[in-house]
Design a protein around this ligand. Sequence first.
Ligand code: LIP
Length: 274
Amino acid sequence: MTTDVDKFYDVVLKLTKEAGKLVKERVWEQKTVETKSCDIDFVTETDKEVEKLLINGLLKEFPDHKFIGEETTDSGVKPDLTCAPTWIIDPVDGTMNFVHGYPCVCISIGLLIGKVPQIGIIYNPVLEQLFTAKKGQGAFLNGKKIKVSSTTELAKSLITFEFGTSRDPEKMAVMAENVKILTPSVQGIRSVGSAAWNMAMVALGGSDSYFEFGLHAWDMAAGDIIIREAGGVVIDPAGGPFDVMSRRLLCAGTSELAEQLMNVIKQYYPPRDA
Ligand code: LIP
C-alpha cells in the first residue's frame, strides 16, 4: 500500500537528484561567493538555486507543507517548527568545501510530521552517495541497507567533530580543549566540513561517533533519522534527548560510546535556532 510518506519520498527523491546535477556540474567551476554571518560563512548562487528548486518543487505537489531552509532563514524568515509536515533543507551542506572544490558536499533534507522525523535524505552528488531513510524501514546507501558500527570503547573509536565557522573565542577555546582531551583518548579524529556527511558516516559505520556545537536544524534533520534507522543513537552532547532546534548534536553507533564521549567533552551552548 502506498502511504502519504511514500509519495512525499518519491517526489523529494526526484527533486534531490535534479538538484544534485547542478551541484555536481558546478563543484569545480568558478562560483559567485557571498558571505553571511562572518567572512568565512559562505553562500553561493548554487545554494540559493538548489533551495529554490527543492522548495518550489515540493510546494507544487504539497501546497500546505512548511519549510525550514538554510538560505530562506538567512534571508530573514524565522525558522518555526510546528506540527505541520515540515521539510528541513540544507541545499549545499559543506558550502566552504563546495567553494574550494573539496568533494564533501551534500544536499540534506529531512521531513518531520508532528515534529517526528519521517524521511531523511543525504545526497553527495559528487561522490554519488545517496543515503536514505523512512521511519521504521531502515537506512540505505545507494539502495543497500546500512548499519552503524558496534564500537563501545572510546579508546577503540574513530570520531569526528567540526570547528564550524564561528570565531566566538569561548567556542574556539572549548574546541581546542576537546582536541587536547580526545587526541590521546581515541584511535583517530576526522573533520571534513560537512555535518550531513559526518552523520551519514556514523550511519554507515565508517565513523563511530560525531559531535558538534553550533549546527542548525538543516544540518542535522536528515542525519538524525538516517542514523536512528541504521541502529545508532542521536542525543544532546550533555545527555538527554536530541532537539533539532538546539544547535547541539552527539551521535554514535552505540549508547555506550555516546555516554563515554559525553562524559569527557567540554560543552558549549550556542543560542537556539528558534
Ligand atoms: C556547515 C556544516 C559544517 C559545520 C558548520 C556548518 P553549511 O554547514 O556542514 O560541518 O561545521 O557549522 O553548519 O553552512 O556548509 O551548510
